[in-house]
Design a protein around this ligand. Sequence first.
Ligand code: ATP
Length: 459
Amino acid sequence: MASVKVAVRVRPMNRREKDLNAKFIISMEKNKTTITNLKIPEGATGDTGRERTKTFTYDFSYFSADSKSPNFVCQEMVFKNLGTDVLKSAFEGYNASVFAYGQTGSGKSYTMMGNAGDAGLIPRICEGLFSKISEKTKRNEASFRTEVSYLEIYNERVRDLLRRKSSKTNNLRIREHPKEGPYVEDLSKHLVQNYTDVEELMDAGNINRTTAATGMNDVSSRSHAIFTINFTQAKFDSEMPCETVSKIHLVDLAGSERADATGATGVRLKEGGNINKSLVTLGNVISALADLSQDATNPLSKKKQVFVPYRDSVLTWLLKDSLGGNSKTIMIATISPADVNYGETLSTLRYANRAKNIINKPTINEDPNVKLIRELRAEIARLKALLAQGNQIALLDSPTALSMEEKLQQNEARVQELTKEWTNKWNETQDILKVRQINNFSSWHLTEYFPYKKPNFSK
Ligand SMILES: Nc1ncnc2c1ncn2[C@@H]1O[C@H](COP(=O)(O)OP(=O)(O)OP(=O)(O)O)[C@@H](O)[C@H]1O
């Protein structure tokens, strides 16, 4: 069990806010964020529903509004706090997700992607991943396979941002695997071997996103972008194969006022309106999950039937595991410091406050064949111990002992076979990677890609 980690980050005043002569209404101290309503006069008392200041406590409150301030938090610090956690989870075999939520122009893309020379979380996480991979490879600790995909959800349609000429970049379908959960059918997955490979893909995907934005009027602030890293590591640990697969979703959400404009946070969807269904559903899912976990932690509360509407939108269905499921999840709420955005900012702070209550159930994702090998080995050890005991005190009659020995031999043969299969499969992957490295193939320039076909059910 792990609560969703929540951080709030305030950006500097922008030109528009300065031109409006906007006042600064956000202050932060340690992990607390305080917002002031300047419309309520200082010293006013009585009406408790309309206090002048409201304070919220989060896991982190990042003051990024003024680089001269002693408590200023830069991109590097955000990475050190949050990004290194994501990397740790990945190397331990957990899924991880990071969401950036907030009003348009509040700093979601800056926090996730960053600017040239001022990289955000996604590039830093990818760089950190490869630097750790290279350390571990040098020490012969393990071998790795990393693939990335990048998609956008706009108007409930999924678009592949990493495929150039194809009729299948738009409107991809979401399907659900019984064990591995929802996935996007035919989404391209690109094998990457170093940070430069990832950078190329990221740039290509970002250009694709921007192009669409100019063509379709402000798409970027209404679309959700999901950058996913599929990370597999394999090694022999005391002769025993180990393989973990971790999925990292890094999500830049649509501007939150699009949902709020309808007054719809946590409320009914407005049919036919030009609203972002995924964002509204995200609010509803967060509310439902927060209710569920509060029920679970309160022994006095009656068990309510809370329905979590994951399937009401593409975003929430696709990221079901990140919200209340098998993932270590971080939400970063980005806000403006200006009084002109008071309503939006307060709504973001409340949203983030609610997200703190979500409890996830992350588990280490072990390869199913490796898991089987481990279980068979345990069974072999058990049978061996039983046989040894039986031989010593002649407890077992010979037919029982015979059938046990047969079972033991069968299990040993199966373990050998599975281990060989696993080793061959992994060596093949590593050989492909080596050939690509020698020939210096770049992921983006290759026409080859790895479509996310239905995973192998026989595993
Ligand atoms: N912490 C920050 N420090 C410096 N500049 C920032 C910060 N956050 C945001 N900015 C700047 O503010 C502008 C808007 O930020 P950004 O594009 O990240 O907003 P957004 O929330 O992603 O908007 P949208 O929803 O429209 O995509 C950008 O020019 C960005 O560089």
